[in-house]
Design a protein around this ligand. Structure first.
Ligand SMILES: [Zn+2]
Length: 467
């Protein structure tokens, strides 16, 4: 865990010191100098903390329907260097006896809100220090559930991402959108009526100050706020093109952004080599977003068949979530939010049926909000895909397929390299699983018991095989 990271850094420092000392303490004859240069050249390989997984059966994340023959997988640095059914040369590597367990890619949640998953709305937009610490703790839990990457579609997540990437906090890779863009009264406008009217150029609402969501009501405002997210390191841009369940002032039937406003967001994102993802439930909101050049639709739960066909024909991504019943029941009976949830929930199953029927490029995510108990269900929500998919299909979606969506960030991809697959040259985000998840998808619901090793970027964060 933390100790692994520190130990790795320490061992590298010691190896580096040893190499430099060897090189500079030899007498200065030309022959000795030559030897010293060779010694230095050999050093980087000695510094790398290689790991050899022996006797594992691989799920490759690329749609394989069965596990590989018993294999050996060598991780060098942060990359999968070698995969072979023959013995693999790996002098000095840490050896892990897989004993026939499953080695699979780390899981990817394509619709996550790292800053909002556990905190309540009041906490999220209240004390920034507190909400960041809560989010840090949740990020560690997320990684410990086997999720090595999340696509963060709304929230003030840049600081958390930096803390994770620099080794201060343990957590997943984060593909951030930064603040989600909403129009006045749109999904994501969490202001109170008492905060109206808004003066353009006037003071910011609290949710805007902290960077959770920001109100834009013209193409000019869109351009400004999109550029601000990109300046902070956004990998994608998130807009809310129609009404949503959890926001107080956005009826489900309403299309919020106009096409020129969405087009402005797409133009700026495109100039930066990345894309716009749009929250949209209804066919109308989805069609306007697609016409404006949006590349990924989030949810789409109220779409009709023609719109599903359009999504497929245009090669647009559909980011679906099998939202749990627990979430629906979490909205107070008699509330506006509960009424909206009751309308949306039957659409979840229908959307999955349509996605399958038209072979839509489908990403999987959870969209957990404001609940630690629900966040702990992240793996169970993945396992619930068995309603519509085989375990192999579900796991491919949460690994290799989701990674293809992440790659849409192009030059804004914060982690260049291949994710979501077990293949030579890919980044080493790996899970060693007790049992065969292709036979029992429920294994992913209990990471505590079943994920024996969790590796991200070549670093082992959990290892319950170690004595
Ligand atoms: Zn969401």
């Amino acid at each position: 865990m933390k100790a692994t990271f520190v130990a790795r850094a320490l061992s590298h420092a010691v190896a580096a010191y040893a190499c430099v000392r060897t090189a500079f303490t030899v007498p200065l004859s030309s022959r000795r100098w030559l030897a010293a240069v060779f010694a230095l050249g050999a050093c980087p390989a000695a510094w790398a903390d290689d790991v050899l997984f022996e006797n594992v059966r691989i799920f490759d994340g690329k749609g394989a329907t069965s596990l590989s023959a018993p294999s050996n997988v060598l991780v060098k640095g942060n990359v999968i260097a070698r995969i072979s059914t023959d013995p693999v040369e790996a002098e000095g590597a840490q050896r892990i006896a897989g004993n026939g367990r499953t080695l699979m890619p780390g899981l990817i949640d394509a619709h996550w809100h790292a800053m909002l998953a556990r905190s309540t709305p009041a906490e999220s937009f209240g004390d920034v220090g507190f909400s960041n610490l809560v989010a840090g703790d949740e990020a560690t839990d997320t990684l410990m559930r086997g999720f090595t990457t999340v696509r963060d579609v709304g929230g003030p997540v840049f600081g958390l991402k930096r803390a994770i990437d620099t080794g201060i906090v343990e957590g997943p890779r984060i593909y951030p959108s930064g603040a989600m863009l909403t129009v006045t009264s749109g999904h994501g406008d969490f202001r109170q009526m008492t905060e109206l009217p808004r003066v353009i150029g006037g003071p910011f609402a609290r949710m805007e100050q902290v960077g959770g969501a920001i109100v834009v009501d013209s193409p000019d405002e869109v351009r400004l706020r999109v550029r601000e997210q990109l300046m902070q390191g956004a990998a994608l841009i998130k807009v809310t093109a129609g009404g949503g369940v959890s926001s107080p002032h956005s009826p489900l039937d309403v299309t919020t952004f106009t096409e020129p406003e969405l087009r402005a967001a797409v133009e700026i994102a495109d100039n930066w080599g990345t894309y716009v993802a749009a929250h949209a439930f209804t066919s109308h909101a989805i069609r306007i977003a697609i016409a404006a050049g949006v590349k990924c639709i989030e949810h789409g739960f109220l779409m009709d068949e023609e719109t599903a066909k359009l999504i497929a024909d245009k090669g647009i991504w559909l980011s679906l979530q099998p939202l749990p019943e627990l979430l629906r029941q979490g909205f107070a009976k008699g509330s506006v939010e509960r009424a909206k949830a009751d309308e949306v929930w039957p659409g979840i199953g229908r959307s999955y049926e349509l996605a399958k029927k038209y072979k839509i490029k489908t990403a999987w995510g959870t969209d957990v909000l404001f609940s630690r108990a629900l966040a702990q269900q992240q793996g169970a929500i993945l396992a619930s895909l068995k309603r519509w998919y085989t375990p192999a299909e579900a796991l491919s979606m949460a690994t290799g397929t989701n990674a293809q969506l992440l790659a849409l960030s192009g030059p804004r991809n914060p982690y260049p390299g291949k994710l979501g697959v077990v293949e030579e040259g890919a980044l080493a985000d790996l899970l060693l699983v007790d049992g065969n998840p292709l036979e029992n998808l429920d294994l992913v619901a209990d990471a505590d018991s079943n994920f024996k090793i969790i590796m991200k970027d070549g670093v082992i964060y959990k290892n319950t095989l170690a004595k």
